[in-house]
Structures are given as C-alpha cells and as structure tokens.
Design a protein around this ligand. Structure first.
Ligand SMILES: CC(C)(COP(=O)(O)OP(=O)(O)OC[C@H]1O[C@@H](n2cnc3c(N)ncnc32)[C@H](O)[C@@H]1OP(=O)(O)O)[C@@H](O)C(=O)NCCC(=O)NCCS
Length: 204
C-alpha cells in the first residue's frame, strides 16, 4: 500500500518479502537503539527519541507468529527508512500485571481498565524512523497506515519517561491524537530497574 510519499508495506506471518522487510526493520532499530549512550552520559531527555534495545530477526518473526504485524516504509523502493510493530494486546496486558498503574482520571480507569483486562486492543509496541528521515512525514504515514489496519479498535502504547524521557515520541503521539491515561512503574522492565512510563490511547 502507498499512503503518500512513502511505500508502506504491511507484513504478517506468511507474507511475501517477509525476510527482506524484517531485516530492514532490524537495521533501522540498530540505528535507533542508543540507550547505552544515555546511560553513559547520564542525559535524561531524548529529544530525538530512542529505542531501549533493538529486536532480533527472530523476535520480530515471533511477533508475527503471535498475530502481530509489521509495517515498513521505503522511499522510492529503496532501503527501509521506518517501521512500526503492532501486537495483539494480550501479551502487554500480562506484562502490565507486574506494574503499578496510576490512573490520570477516574473516568479513564472505568473505561480503559476493562479493555486492558480483556486484551482486546492493539498494542503499538514500537515505531522507529531513521534519524535522517525524522520530520519528513514517514512517521505520520506509518501511524496512519497502522490505524487504518485496525479500524474501530483501541490502540494503546507505552512511552518511557524514566530512566530517560522519550520526548520526541511523547510529542509525536500527542500530536497524532493519543491521550495519556495512566503512569506506570515497573520495578524491572527489560534491563531497566526501575522503569517508568506513560500509557496513551486512541480509538481509531
Ligand atoms: C518517534 C518518531 C517515530 C517520531 O518521528 P518524527 O518524524 O521525528 O516525528 P515528527 O512529529 O517530527 O514528524 C512528523 C512531522 O513530519 C513533518 N512532515 C509531515 N509530513 C511531511 C511531509 N510530507 N514532508 C515533510 N515533512 C513532513 C511535519 O513537521 C510533521 O509534523 P506535523 O504532523 O505536526 O505536521 C521518531 O522520533 C523516532 O523514530 N524516534 C526513535 C525511536 C522512538 O523513540 N520510538 C518511539 C518509542 S517505540
């Protein structure tokens, strides 16, 4: 599918070109997985975004086998410049059982807690665009294509605020109509201990 300036391709388990697309996404992740640099410098705000760590090829294939999808964005049919990973909500809901959740508004709790409990939503696990392509429309096109792929559904995403605040990502999602409904605290999440984040949602 082409949504604008970029060729956006949706990959699910069994898709043609799966291997090429997943390798392309892994390559983009390598550029964006710069958490180590923040750890070393002690910098607390990522104004251009960051990934904590990149997934391996096998990790992404497992996502697809579990019913998730991958979008990759290319310009002029060349290398992958951005990707987005969407996962059925159940896995994230299981992870959230380990977290302390602070609801922003009581109404949000009433409306969203049952959705989280049911797992019947889509979890936007990651979006990433090569640094050279930030602010050039690829992120918007990926997000628009992801939303179009799950019509009528609720999308939930989590953005890190501690140990590093992912400012670029917060700005991007808020601008795209996503609303923060809770703060989360994990005593351990991946290699981070503790980890804090915000949960945002949009009904599409
Ligand atoms: C989060 C992330 C994907 C956001 O992408 P981004 O491109 O930097 O986001 P921006 O909001 O700057 O880009 C959108 C902007 O592109 C520009 N843009 C949009 N369409 C455009 C076009 N056709 N031509 C040129 N520029 C365009 C606009 O300025 C737009 O802002 P607007 O929607 O207010 O008009 C990016 O920062 C990133 O990859 N970060 C690293 C990984 C990460 O942090 N991921 C999130 C955690 S998983």
């Amino acid at each position: 599918m082409t949504t604008g300036q970029y060729e956006i391709q949706k990959i699910v388990e069994g898709s043609n070109n799966l291997q090429q697309a997943v390798l392309g996404a892994v390559d983009v992740q390598k550029e964006l997985a710069i958490y180590d640099r923040f750890q070393q410098s002690g910098e607390k705000v990522a104004s251009r975004g960051l990934l904590i760590s990149g997934y391996s090829y096998a990790d992404i294939v497992r996502f697809l086998q579990g019913g998730g999808f991958l979008l990759v964005g290319r310009k002029n049919d060349e290398r992958v410049v951005g990707y987005l990973l969407m996962d059925p909500g159940e896995k994230f809901s299981r992870q959230l059982l380990e977290a302390n959740i602070q609801w922003v508004r009581p109404d949000d709790r009433k409306n969203i807690e049952p959705i989280l409990a049911s797992g019947k939503y889509d979890y936007l696990d990651q979006i990433g665009v090569r640094f050279d392509f930030h602010g050039k429309g690829c992120s918007n096109e990926l997000l628009r294509a992801a939303e179009a792929a799950v019509p009528g559904r609720t999308i939930i995403t989590m953005i890190m605020t501690q140990p590093v605040e992912n400012k670029a990502s917060i700005r991007f999602f808020e601008k795209s109509g996503y609303v923060t409904f809770a703060k989360v605290h994990f005593s351990r999440y991946g290699t981070m201990s503790p980890f804090e984040g915000i949960l945002l949602t949009k009904k599409v």
